[in-house]
Write a protein that binds this ligand. Sequence first.
Ligand code: TYD
Ligand code: MG
Length: 454
Amino acid sequence: MAKVKKAFFCKNCGHESAKWLGCCPSCGEWNTFVEEIVSKPATSALGINNSNSKALLINDIDISHESRLNLNSVEINRILGGGLVCGSMILVGGEPGIGKSTLSLQIALKCPDIKTLYVSGEESAQQIKIRAARLGSNDAQCYILSETLLETIIMQAKELKPDILVIDSIQTLYTERIDSSAGSISQIRDCAMQLLKFAKETNTPVFVIGHITKDGTIAGPKVLEHIVDVVLQFEGDSNHAYRILRATKNRFGSTAEIGIFEMQNTGLREIENPSEILISQHNDLSFSGVAIAATMDGVRPLFIETQSLVSTAAYGVPQRSTTGIDVRRLNMLLAVLEKRAGFRLAMKDVFFNITGGLRISDTAADMAIISSVLSSNFDVPIPVSSCFCAEVGLTGELRPVSHINQRIGEAARLNFKKIFISRYSKLEDKPPVNIEVISVAKIEELMKILFGKN
Ligand code: TYD
Ligand code: MG
């Protein structure tokens, strides 16, 4: 019988302590320690059996049998680095209702020649069937198990021998080895360890869904993120249809890849050309206050539409409101416009919006943001065939951004006629012939070109 002991754990990072502490020495959070009963798992149960392990010369290691399962989805295969690696453990995190269950069920249903076991601790088999019917499944080899006891799940999985195991969600599982309730730190940690052992022993890839906390991090101990091979974050505004799947950790591929999906009545649809959807089709009809930004997310160019509305402040204090960017970034850009371009905004309300419900943090959108603000202020439209990519510095200069050739290439592919970039950008290749590249050094220069104002 393993020795039962009690310990205190930090709810935020999983730090273990023998006594209660007010402030966690590991993550610095206050009042996060809870007492839990733990039975220390035997060390051999923690990982792969390594009794016969031996050091190998790196050149002698054989990787020819490293197999990847091809999931019937271009986007997910790409995010995973070219398919699902056998024996890997993938953690999928995201806000409630964002579509984690839909995504994983869809992965299971869309691969007719792959046997999957979908374990749900949240929904009954009937509820999953209703969801599957919406997703339009027919000949999938997908087995459903509604269960929360980990030992039963692993027993069933060993019997069924699926090619993929999906666990929805790790917070609902519990193991008999530990006395604390499901969702507690020691339960999550122990269940994850046992699932990892199952994955490595049977060479089965395991998808694990994890809830996230208020501040957007995956609930449960940080060790969960350390032990898994891949962490995927599913993001987006649940009021909008667009979702971004992003790898924040990937032992088998790049974390710069993203996948874009649209939530529809019949589940998630992959979007191959996001820029074509995010830019609204005006059919050559321009409106003032609209500018297209050539941003990048990871290694993927993402062309987005920025919209501004500048109006006279009705009350003494002007309003500044943004969706899709940090309001502080807008305030900074407005201050630069005021100081460097002599542009009076103190008595103006400024509302800013990025269409499609996306959030961007690429500073290459700065030039598009100021252009849309100026356009709305002068009420002069910017031609829809122009796009912008440069960062704005506090001195009012337009600064170069990374991947400039890729952005220009994408702009040409999307049939833009002009792209405004920083004069200091270094072009590695010659830009395509069907696009005019306009280099600008300062905001004043940009105003002159766009609106003919000094
Ligand atoms: P769900 O996968 O249950 O979210 P999570 O597991 O991340 O909590 O997704 C729920 C949302 O997706 C729900 O609000 C309804 C919507 N949805 C659709 O719009 N179309 C569909 O076909 C499905 C299955 C769900
Ligand atoms: Mg769910």
